[in-house]
Ligand binder design. Structure first.
Ligand code: IPM
Ligand code: MN
Length: 360
């Protein structure tokens, strides 16, 4: 089977890291399995055309098997209300394609230094599942500004939205081997149920869903407390489920404990569509210099292969996903080509070639 993959290079380092991942995926799958179809989108395109997500790009995304994205956003390119244009590419895709689960693996690889001195590779291996279509983000573009004196954004929780993200999280825990510390399958509900009705609702619905998963332990942590736990006992975590804004925040903290955002892959999944991208930004200050790390986007490409393999029962793609992750692990563990954010001097192209060599 051949898969149509819409690619959106985007802004800043986006083109470099997206093209790097495409090169690796072609090496892993052969050039006839994945049909990469480049489309426009992002802040630079907005400056040229007035559209951050052109209609033809959205149409192509709706009919493709998956989407692979570099990064979007340029400083100073904002809407009148002060919000960033580039971010709208992600947000429009999330809302229009209903990508309700933003899956962010937090894994420490051999060869990568963690600021958490007491933990080594294999001891930090959990997944943050961020609800991606409601919560505080539901108000994007809908906030109220009263005469420049009072401005509000509303946090939205729906039973449908919370149930589906909770089920997604418990199902994910079922497919994993449990937390490194005790191999217990566990879903930790991150919220502020002690303070706000909306989070108390989030916790209550997650707890209802948990009744159907006797084999998966449910655990609770307030969003402030979990930031300490993620530093003190990261090996306790298996799957963490959180509302949109909290998920955005704790996923960067999690990435920081395993080498930074240059290591942060993401899969934004709905029932029909999947968007795969590094969880980092467009890093315009280092754009075009071949110094960005492509690791997050390459690992996101591996997530894409795994997701496609599951959906289409494609064992070859599953194997390719394993090989891509194995190649990245080998490059980091053996120091074939360490990117700048991991203390090395390897260029984006050199890291890409090193991963391709490991694949061969
Ligand atoms: C992320 C980013 C996005 C977000 C921006 C780019 C819209 O921070 O994906 O974590 O706020 O969700
Ligand atoms: Mn973020």
């Amino acid at each position: 089977m051949k898969y149509d993959i819409v690619t959106i290079d985007g802004d800043g380092i986006g083109p470099e890291v997206c093209q790097s991942a495409i090169q690796v995926l072609r090496e892993a799958c052969g050039s006839d399995r994945l049909n990469f179809m480049p489309f426009d989108g992002g802040a630079l395109h907005y400056q040229r055309s007035g559209q951050v997500l052109p209609e033809d790009t959205l149409t192509a995304c709706r009919s493709a098997h998956a989407m692979l994205h570099g990064a979007a956003g340029l400083p100073g390119v904002t809407y009148a209300d002060g919000t960033e244009v580039g971010n709208d590419l992600h947000l429009q895709l999330r809302f229009k394609l209903d990508l309700f689960a933003n899956v962010r693996p937090i894994r420490l690889y051999s060869g990568v230094k963690s600021p958490l001195a007491d933990f080594s590779a294999g001891q930090i291996d959990y997944v943050i599942v961020r609800e991606n279509t409601e919560g505080l983000y539901a108000s994007r573009g809908a906030g109220v500004n009263l005469r420049g004196e009072v401005v509000t954004d509303t946090l939205v929780m729906t039973r449908v939205g919370v149930e589906r993200i909770a089920k997604f999280s418990f199902d994910l825990a079922r497919r994993r081997q449990g937390a490194p510390r005790d191999h217990q399958r566990r879903v930790t509900v991150c919220d502020k149920a002690n303070i706000l009705k909306s989070y108390a609702f989030f916790r209550a619905v997650c707890t209802e869903v948990a009744q159907s998963y006797a084999d998966v332990e449910i655990d609770y942590a307030y969003a402030d407390a979990i930031t300490v736990h993620m530093l003190k006992k990261p090996d306790f975590y298996d799957v963490i489920v959180a509302e949109n804004m909290f998920g955005d925040i704790i996923s960067d903290l999690g990435a920081g404990t395993v080498g930074g955002l240059g290591m942060a892959a993401s899969a934004e999944l709905g029932l029909q569509h999947g968007l795969f991208q590094g969880a980092h930004g467009s890093a315009p200050d280092i754009a075009g210099q071949d110094v960005a790390s492509p690791i997050a986007t390459i690992l996101s490409g591996a997530l894409m292969l795994r997701w496609l393999a599951d959906r289409h029962g494609d064992a070859m793609l599953q194997q390719a996903a394993d090989r891509v992750e194995g190649a990245v692990k080998a490059v980091l563990a053996h120091g074939d080509a360490m990117p700048g954010d991991q203390g090395g001097h390897a260029r984006c192209s050199e890291v890409t070639q090193a991963v391709c060599r490991r694949l061969r």
